[in-house]
Design a protein around this ligand. Structure first.
Ligand SMILES: Nc1ncnc2c1ncn2[C@@H]1O[C@H](COP(=O)(O)OP(=O)(O)OP(=O)(O)O)[C@@H](O)[C@H]1O
Length: 272
């Protein structure tokens, strides 16, 4: 079966009234989303809101109870895995890491769907991915000897070596130190492909996302530009935190700072 080439006239990924349950309990109900090509989306929500489940549904790893997930107009469930892998790469929250594998060989696994490519093409894609994730110096190390952050960067490099048109990531900044976290978000922001990333760090959303989708109570609570989703009302209602926006001279947008509501009287007193 050949998959129609995805064109920019239709959404890269489309969820139509997708419902999903685990062990008889509804996790997502009637979720609909159209994700255009090149858009970067932050998938937000408190623990257990269904972010990972939604990413697994988008990746075709889970099957909806009802509704459809379409990749370039084709139902993902009808699309053979290798065809899907030519278009979409996934970085899971808990990647299975092959401890004995060299970093370069692990990243090269991303080339698996490109069976028709030549040696030079593979090498170029692997070198580019290693370089973008600052892994050139580690490429001969065994994966099992890397730190959690280095393994995370390797998992992202493997996904980039796949040269996908859509990249799905589940909490890609886990395990990363401050500098690497910032680098990874800048890297994601620089990608000219569709990116959907589940993120817990709300203060970083604006660094890479054009759009934020907030999940809560099995459905999409808000879906808009990040500033319209990370409003004080929605942040308090969904995360139980206050958000303050601080202008900084070197940034175009104010920086979001999250505080416990218990500190509100002290902050208001300071502001006055
Ligand atoms: N294998 C499973 N069996 C049963 N229930 C599950 C399973 N995996 C997830 N769930 C439940 O499905 C719901 C959604 O989980 P999911 O992991 O999608 O949320 P999440 O938003 O990604 O959470 P987190 O931020 O904690 O990673 C939760 O209530 C969770 O307990």
């Amino acid at each position: 079966m050949t998959v129609p080439r995805v064109t920019s006239a239709e959404p890269a990924l489309s969820l139509a009234a997708v419902s999903y349950q685990r062990q008889g309990r509804a996790v997502l109900a009637q979720v609909s989303l159209d994700i255009p090509f090149g858009q970067h989306i932050a998938l937000l929500g408190p623990n257990g809101a269904g972010k990972s489940s939604l990413l697994h549904l988008m990746a075709g790893r889970l099957r909806p109870e009802s509704g459809q997930v379409l990749l370039g107009g084709t139902d993902l469930q009808q699309m053979p895995g290798p065809e899907r892998a030519l278009q979409m790469a996934v970085v899971h929250q808990h990647e299975f890491i092959h401890a004995q594998l060299r970093v370069r060989d692990y990243v090269a696994l991303g080339r698996t769907p490109h069976s028709g490519a030549g040696r030079a093409e593979h090498a170029h894609a692997i070198d580019t991915a290693l370089s973008r994730c600052r892994l050139q110096d580690l490429q001969d190390r065994a994966m099992g000897t890397l730190s959690g952050g280095e393994q995370q960067r390797s998992a992202i490099a493997r996904a980039l070596a796949q040269e996908p048109r859509i990249l799905l990531l589940d909490e890609p900044t886990n395990h990363l130190d401050l500098r690497t976290r910032s680098d990874v978000l800048d890297l994601l922001a620089s990608l000219e492909i569709t990116v959907v990333a589940a993120l817990h760090e709300l203060s970083l959303v604006q660094r890479f996302a054009h759009r934020a989708v907030l999940l809560g109570e099995r459905r999409v609570v808000a879906d808009d530009v990040p500033a319209q989703v990370l409003t004080p009302e929605l942040v308090l209602g969904n995360f139980g935190m206050d958000v303050f926006y601080l202008p900084l001279p070197h940034r175009d947008q104010p920086v979001a700072v999250f505080e416990s509501p218990g500190l509100r009287p002290a902050i208001q007193e300071y502001e006055n």
